[in-house]
Design a protein around this ligand. Structure first.
Ligand code: GLA
Length: 360
C-alpha cells in the first residue's frame, strides 16, 4: 500500500516561563521522517534511507528539550537575525552605530543570546498532494539583541515525496536592519549511532573562492582562490583528507570553519552548492541554495561533553553546511548586501536533497 505523507504533534516539554513546547513529526511517502520543534525551529531527528533502504537518524541532537535551552551548540536550529559573526558586535548603518552583544570572544555570533535558535516560534502545519511541512513565524521586536527594526520572520520547512527538504526564509522590517537567516543542522550521513566521525565523508563544494579569516574568525575581506589549498573541494575529496595540513587558515578555524563564495551563473538562482557522499551507507546529501555563501564547519568544538539520543558527540562527529551571506557583511561593503529595508521582502530558498549512491 502506498504510504502518504503525514504530520503529528506531541509535547516536547516546557520553557522556564511555563510555555509549552511542541515537537512535530513530518513523514513523507518514501518513509523519510523529520522531527522539528517550535523551539528554535530545531530539527531534532532526521531519518534517511541508505542503499539497503535502511533508515537511520543522520542529524546530531537531543531527545529532550532541556539541553536545547542552554548547552546545545546550535544543533539543528534556525539561526538569525544574523547567521555567523559581526566583528566586535558593532556596525554602522545610515550614519548610526549599533552595538550587539559580544557572545563569541570579542565578536557577535549567530544573532546573540537568545538568537532565533532559542525562541519559541508560532507554527502552522500544512499538507498537499506531494509534501507536508510547517510554517514558522517569529516577530523580533525593535532593539532585541541590539538590532534595529521590528522584524517579521517566516520560515517554511517542506518535506516532499522526492526526499527533498525545502526551506524558505521570508522577512519584512519597519526599519533598515541586517538579516542573514540560516539553518544549523549537523549531519552525519553514516548515521549518528554507527559512524563516529565525518572524516570519511566525500565532499564537493561548488566554490572557486573562500573568505579567509583572522584569528577571531572574522573575514579579512579577501576573496581568496581555493586552488592549491586544503580548501579546494571542487573535485570531491574526503573531509578528513587535508584537515590536519599545516595551513594558517586551518589553525585559525581549528580545521574547517570557513565561508565559501559559491560559484553562481545567475545571481540568486537556486544552484548546487555542495554534494556529500558517505561511501559506506551510500547516503548522499545535495545542498542547493540561492545564498551567495556557504559555511563549512567540521564540528571542531564538539569535545565529547554533550550526549544525546544515546550518542556522545565527539570532535568531528558531525559537519554543518550553513547557506548564508558572508560573515561580517555589515562591516564589509564589498560583500553582497545584507541590509533589509522597509518595503522590501527578504526571501531565500535552500533545498536539501537526500539521495543514494550505489557502491562503485
Ligand atoms: C558556526 C561558527 C562556528 C561555531 C559553530 C557552532 O559554524 O562559525 O565557529 O560557532 O557555528 O559551534
Amino acid at each position: 500500500m502506498k504510504q502518504i505523507s503525514s504530520i503529528t504533534q506531541e509535547n516536547f516539554g516546557h520553557l522556564p516561563d511555563g510555555r509549552g513546547v511542541s515537537l512535530y513529526t513530518l513523514n513523507n511517502a518514501q518513509g523519510m521522517q523529520i522531527k522539528i520543534s517550535d523551539f528554535g525551529g530545531i530539527i531534532t531527528e532526521l531519518y534517511a534511507p541508505d542503499r539497503e533502504e535502511q533508515f537511520a537518524d543522520i542529524c546530531l541532537g537531543f531527545e529532550h528539550l532541556a539541553p536545547y535551552l542552554d548547552v546545545s551548540p546550535y544543533f539543528g536550529a534556525l539561526i538569525g537575525p544574523y547567521g555567523n559573526r559581526i566583528a566586535h558586535g558593532t556596525f554602522e548603518l545610515d550614519g548610526q552605530t549599533y552595538s550587539l552583544p559580544q557572545n563569541n570572544g570579542a565578536h557577535h555570533l549567530h544573532g546573540g543570546e537568545p538568537g532565533f535558535h532559542r525562541v519559541l516560534w508560532g507554527v502552522e502545519p500544512f499538507r498537499n498532494a506531494t509534501a507536508c511541512g510547517l510554517t514558522l513565524r517569529y516577530s523580533r521586536v525593535h532593539g532585541a539583541q541590539g538590532y534595529p527594526g521590528n522584524l517579521e520572520v517566516k520560515v517554511t520547512y517542506e518535506l516532499n515525496d522526492a526526499n527533498e527538504l525545502h526551506v524558505h526564509y521570508f522577512a519584512t522590517t519597519d526599519q533598515a536592519t541586517p538579516v542573514n537567516l540560516t539553518q544549523h543542522t549537523y549531519f552525519n550521513l553514516g548515521g549518528i549511532h554507527t559512524t563516529p566521525d565525518i572524516l570519511g565523508h566525500q565532499l564537493m563544494l561548488n566554490a572557486d573562492r573562500y573568505t579567509p579569516v583572522d584569528v577571531g574568525l572574522i573575514p579579512t575581506g579577501e576573496l581568496a582562490p581555493v586552488a592549491g589549498t586544503p580548501f579546494d573541494f571542487r573535485q570531491t575529496q574526503s573531509i578528513g583528507a587535508r584537515i590536519a595540513d599545516h595551513h594558517q587558515q586551518l589553525q585559525f578555524g581549528q580545521a574547517y570553519d570557513h565561508n565559501y563564495v559559491l560559484n553562481k551563473n545567475e545571481e540568486q538562482r537556486l544552484s548546487l552548492a555542495a554534494r556529500v557522499n558517505e561511501p559506506v551507507s551510500g547516503r548522499v546529501l545535495e545542498l542547493w541554495t540561492e545564498e551567495p555563501g556557504l559555511q563549512l564547519y567540521s564540528g571542531n568544538f564538539l569535545d565529547g561533553s554533550l550526549h544525546g539520543k544515546g550518542v556522545t558527540y565527539q570532535r568531528r562527529s558531525g559537519f554543518c553546511l550553513e547557506p548564508q551571506h558572508f560573515p561580517d557583511s555589515p562591516n564589509q561593503s564589498h560583500f553582497p548586501n545584507v541590509i533589509l529595508r522597509p518595503g522590501d521582502e527578504y526571501h531565500s530558498h535552500t533545498m536539501y536533497r537526500f539521495l543514494i549512491q550505489d557502491a562503485s
